[in-house]
Design a protein around this ligand. Structure first.
Ligand code: FES
Ligand code: FES
Length: 156
């Protein structure tokens, strides 16, 4: 039976009536047109679908939309302030930390959460903290540099 769920997506309250078990990822992409969040494995193993739910990382492909009811969801579309990119977005661009870009939005949201939890990570902590996000283009060196650069930017 369908339920009505209210989410605060990137600061805007949105309502959807749907199957409570439907993945949050489907709702974001198909109901709200927020296609920056990507479908990779669909089973919680790659991190491509990472969003923030009440500030914590969530894998939206395995998060039933009912679990997100009344929660604040941040997607890649919600990070910039107008034309001003989030420091993590800037750092990824400056380091060229993307090839095909498919993993990038999930990587950036994971990095935002990581730097919120630990604003001064060592390289080892960055690697460990980004461990749930897979880059099939193998861009890990530049991604690590980008997270380090973002941490430096956010300390200024
Ligand atoms: S698509 Fe969600 S973890 Fe891979
Ligand atoms: S840049 Fe292609 S999957 Fe990471």
């Amino acid at each position: 039976m369908a339920v009505t769920v209210t989410l605060k997506v990137n600061g805007v309250e949105r309502t959807v009536t749907t199957d409570p078990q439907r993945p949050l990822l489907d709702v974001l992409r198909e109901e709200f047109g927020l296609t920056g969040t990507k479908y990779g494995c669909g089973e919680g193993r790659c991190g491509a679908c990472t969003v923030l739910m009440d500030g914590q990382r969530a894998l939206s492909c395995v998060t039933p939309v009912a679990e997100a009811d009344r929660k604040a969801i941040t997607t890649i579309e919600g990070l910039a302030k107008g034309d001003v990119l989030h420091p993590v977005q800037e750092a990824f661009l400056e380091e060229g930390a993307m090839q095909c870009g498919y993993c990038t939005s999930g990587m950036i949201l994971s990095a935002v959460a990581l730097l919120r939890e630990n604003p001064h990570p060592t390289d080892e902590q960055i690697v460990e903290g980004m461990n749930g996000n897979i880059c099939r283009c193998n861009g890990y060196v530049k991604i690590t540099h980008a997270v380090r650069r973002a941490a430096q930017k956010m300390q200024r």
